[in-house]
Design a protein around this ligand. Structure first.
Ligand SMILES: [Cu+2]
Length: 352
């Protein structure tokens, strides 16, 4: 392997591979590079030899002998390249098939990843969860390992899913499903990025992958499955059920939701705005699908696919004007008053 340089240990290094598909592709690249380097060296040496050995000398009086055709040489420069190409072909085919046709274990985790301008949606059909931007998967190797099988698609233009240390780069195409799998070796945080230019904020379409231990993963799933806390002031009676059925009633049309800067008022303001046409908060009337699901927004460490840390100040500033962080992104500035913004932010803070 490579020397332990800083480059090999940067979080987006393709050299310190942490998952089988990435490792196999990496080994194949070095194999191909090795063969190409050997060919380059052999050709250069032969060329240098011929140039020196057969150079024009002052003692030369006539043309050197002219040679026409040599079956031996022609055979060798046909057969040797064919052998080399065969080796390259077989080596590549072996990796291709072992990555592509890996049988799916019964225990595999299914994730559907959907690329959007400029964020990622992650659906976990086995758990009925929708998350965004921060992908959580279990560690994939070792006795408790669990492989993750991803279905990749896009909601708009072509994106590409790439986590250099784990795998990819696999295109996410509209109306088509590509597949890949990951079996990360060690728990930790891995960084990825959209690898296909997809528009103005392509550069800020970053991706964080949390590779969890089985326990961490189970508790993350449990947290994502929890229904949002009910904010109704009295709501003790509703404690039992998942409280999903009835959305909090909205104040009559045109009525201001109120002046209080608290989560309950914030929810009403949120639901009176167009936010709910683009964002979902499960169990409430917000069921938009155009933007990231906000049901467990506070479980994420970053906002807007890693554009900034998820702090109350950043959240408020984002809602006031997303373009200060991601110019050209598809969430409009909603022209809220400062109070409305503070109310909504107070509400979003409760979406744990
Ligand atoms: Cu993209």
């Amino acid at each position: 392997m490579l020397p332990r340089t800083a480059a090999a240990f940067s979080p987006t290094s393709i050299f310190s591979t942490q998952s089988t598909p990435a490792r196999q592709v990496n080994e194949l690249s070095f194999f191909v590079l090795g063969i190409s380097a050997a060919i380059f060296l052999a050709v250069s040496l032969l060329l240098a030899y011929a140039l020196v050995k057969f150079r024009a000398r002052s003692t030369d009086t006539a043309e050197p002998p002219q040679v026409f055709g040599s079956t031996q040489i022609e055979l060798s420069w046909t057969i040797i390249p064919i052998l080399i190409v065969t080796v390259l072909f077989l080596g590549t085919a072996r990796v291709l098939f072992s990555v592509q046709d890996m049988p799916k274990p019964a225990s595999a985790l299914d994730v559907t990843a959907v690329g959007h301008q400029y964020w990622w949606e992650f659906r976990y059909p086995q758990y009925n969860i929708t998350a965004a931007n921060e992908l959580h998967i279990p560690v994939g190797q070792g006795t408790t390992g669990r492989t993750t099988f991803l279905k990749l698609t896009s909601a708009d233009v072509i994106h590409s899913f790439w986590i250099p240390q784990l795998g990819g780069k696999t295109d996410m195409l509209p109306n088509r499903v590509n597949e890949m799998w990951l079996d990360p070796k060690t728990p930790g945080v891995y960084l990825g990025q959209c690898a296909q230019f997809c528009g103005a904020q392509h550069a800020k379409m970053l991706l964080t992958v949390y590779v969890d231990t089985p326990e961490q993963f189970a508790s993350w799933i449990a947290a994502q499955q929890k229904p949002v806390a009910e904010l109704a002031n009295g709501g003790a009676a509703a404690g039992a059920g998942p409280a999903l059925a009835s959305p909090v009633p909205v104040a009559g049309a045109g009525n201001p939701a109120g002046d209080a800067i608290d989560a309950l008022t914030g929810q009403k303001v949120f639901e009176q705005q167009a936010c709910i046409n683009c964002h979902a908060v499960s169990g409430t009337m917000a069921n938009g699908r155009f933007g990231p699901d906000l049901t467990h927004l506070m479980s994420r460490k970053s906002l807007a696919s890693c554009a900034m840390a998820n702090t109350p100040e950043n959240l408020k500033a984002w809602i006031a004007d997303p373009s200060q962080f991601k110019p050209g992104c598809l969430m409009p500035a909603m022209h809220l008053t400062d109070r409305q913004n503070a109310q909504i932010t107070a509400y979003l803070q409760t979406l744990k």
